[in-house]
Ligand binder design. Structure first.
Ligand SMILES: CCCCCCCCCCCC/C=C/CC(=O)SCCNC(=O)CCNC(=O)[C@H](O)C(C)(C)COP(=O)(O)OP(=O)(O)OC[C@H]1O[C@@H](n2cnc3c(N)ncnc32)[C@H](O)[C@@H]1OP(=O)(O)O
Length: 303
């Protein structure tokens, strides 16, 4: 998205996301329940529901990839497209990101995308993950995460890519990077995002231990900005949004860029190497076995 200064803010898509979406409903608009004018029309896709409010310049973007909003290739792609659509529409200045699935904000990477898949698929998947992170982290819009459910691993990264996080006060809604407990390693740009948010020492501990923080601890360590009763998450996210939108866009955007560009540039400089590392790591027999065992444990835990 172009800034007033001419600086290009978010990187252009290196993916060709449209190809994935043939036959889906992306781009369709429909009236919101009880809505009337343009400002109340929904748009979105199968897995991302967008409720735009033109009057306030704020859109609510809901993840709806049941049961747990795992970041499938399709969900990643649809998120990038919905974000780009809002960024290109000058009506919008902010997005509230939340979940349409009960009790889960986002379960992180869809492990079925990297378990038992060939290297080419894993590479395509990881590039889509990089793309979403880059776009969210550098978005010129204000992004507020209204975290209304569990938020592990990749879910936490989605939330940390936002400017502000409001978490529902429910002990089951834990947030953090638990990769080590799955026998995998957070790549450097996830680690950098963590460090930028909670500092080096806290990240060092939390990353090695694979800590998932319940709400009070997440607030204390600085992973989230507010913890509120579940029925107040949306209204609090809107109040936070108002606070951020009270600042002139150009000053806020340039400041955001100043704070985040070096971290994003680090990935941009070594995107291919990062993809190769990811693919060779997750395709190892030992890692595939760990992932399979973990998925099996998740499936058996049910009921
Ligand atoms: C030395 C060289 C180094 C080089 C380094 C290179 C880099 C290496 C890179 C490694 C990758 C790093 C990045 C990783 C980030 C991730 O995101 S990994 C994913 C981690 N996610 C999790 O651990 C969450 C797992 N899920 C849960 O804990 C729970 O499901 C939940 C708390 C989110 C929700 O609980 P509940 O409501 O009780 O639902 P469940 O019954 O558990 O699940 C329902 C259903 O969903 C399936 N499922 C859950 N999570 C996932 C997932 N992440 N992926 C795919 N599927 C998932 C679960 O199996 C159930 O399925 P069935 O209905 O039984 O079929």
């Amino acid at each position: 998205m172009a800034l007033a200064s001419g600086v290009r803010f978010a990187p252009r898509a290196l993916l060709r996301p449209w190809a994935l979406l043939r036959g889906t409903t992306l781009g369709r608009t429909e009236p919101a329940a009880g809505g009337g004018g343009d400002g109340a029309r929904r748009f979105g896709s199968q897995r991302v529901l967008v409720e735009p409010d033109a009057a306030s310049g704020v859109a609510v973007m809901k993840l709806r990839n049941p049961p747990v909003n795992a970041l499938s290739l399709e969900l990643l792609t649809e998120l990038v497209i919905s974000l780009e659509k809002l960024e290109n529409d000058k009506t919008f200045r902010g997005i509230i990101l939340t979940s349409d699935c009960p009790r889960v904000f986002c379960a992180g990477l869809d492990l079925t995308e990297i378990c038992g898949r060939n290297p080419a698929h894993c590479a395509e998947y990881w590039k889509a993950m990089q793309e979403l992170w880059l776009r969210m982290y550098l978005s010129s819009l204000v992004l507020v995460a209204a975290i209304n459910g569990a938020c592990p691993a990749g879910g936490c990264i989605i939330a940390l890519s936002c400017d502000c996080r409001v978490l529902a006060d429910n002990p089951k809604y834990r947030i953090g990077l638990n990769e080590t407990l799955l026998g995998i390693i957070a790549p450097f740009w996830l680690k950098d995002t963590y460090v930028n948010t909670i500092g080096h020492r806290a990240s060092e501990q939390a990353l090695q231990l694979g800590s998932l923080f319940p709400p009070a601890e997440a607030l204390q360590v600085g992973l989230v900005d507010q913890v509120v009763p579940e029925d107040q998450v949306q209204s609090t996210a809107l109040s936070e949004m108002a606070r951020w939108l009270a600042v002139p866009d150009h000053a806020r955007q340039l400041t955001k860029n100043m704070m985040r560009k070096a971290t994003a540039d680090r990935l941009l400089r070594q995107r291919d190497a990062d993809t190769q590392n990811f693919v060779s790591f997750v395709c190892r027999d030992s890692i595939q076995k760990s992932l399979q065992a973990y998925l099996e444990k998740l499936r058996q835990r049910k009921g």
